[in-house]
Design a protein around this ligand. Structure first.
Ligand SMILES: N[C@@H](CCC(=O)N[C@@H](CS)C(=O)NCC(=O)O)C(=O)O
Length: 163
């Protein structure tokens, strides 16, 4: 059985999308981040970085956190949605890293400055808006040439980027 610690957020949804696509049984443990439950010591034992999502797989004894690492773990465990070799594997991993290091965090920063704290820093708002426009341009360009980010088939890179 798999225990998933999550809340209704984009990073958590990446993992529930994959678990549902794989048809794996899992228990969902809601971590209410607005109430600070991610700082409880029981949760820090699973993710010392106090962020959701985190996952414990009792079948293998493995526990892991960071949405991208969880996607790779589950894809490798089941042999699905991450090609085993070649260009499609390289592309799945580089688009996944693109989402994890650029698209996701920049959207989070833009939300922080433009939506949740408008007017606090015009420079930060302009900076993140520029960067997000650029990243959407990159994504639009890629999806203009192929149906799936890795250029081959539906993969964990698409599941990471959609939510
Ligand atoms: N890079 C991490 C980011 C995780 C993350 O930012 N989680 C947010 C919710 S989407 C969170 O737990 N926020 C609570 C907090 O920052 O205290 C991942 O992809 O798993």
């Amino acid at each position: 059985m798999i225990d998933l610690y999550a809340w209704a957020t984009p990073n958590s949804r990446k993992v529930t999308i994959l678990l549902e696509e794989l048809g794996l049984a899992y228990r969902l443990h809601p971590v209410q981040i607005r109430l600070g439950e991610q700082h409880r010591h029981q949760f820090l034992a699973i993710n010392p970085n106090n962020k959701i999502p985190a996952l414990v797989d009792h079948e293998t004894g493995i526990q892991t956190f960071e949405s991208g690492a969880i996607l790779i773990y589950l894809a490798e465990k089941t042999g699905r949605f991450l090609p085993k070799s070649g260009q499609a594997r390289a592309a799945t991993l580089h688009w996944l890293m693109w989402q994890m290091s650029g698209f996701g965090p920049m959207l989070g920063n833009l939300e922080h400055f433009s939506k949740l704290n408008p007017g606090r820093s015009a420079d930060a708002e302009a900076h993140f808006q520029r960067e997000i426009r650029r990243l959407y341009g990159v994504l639009n360009g890629r999806l203009g040439e192929t149906d799936h980010l890795n250029g081959d088939a539906y993969s964990i890179a698409d599941m990471a980027t959609w939510p």
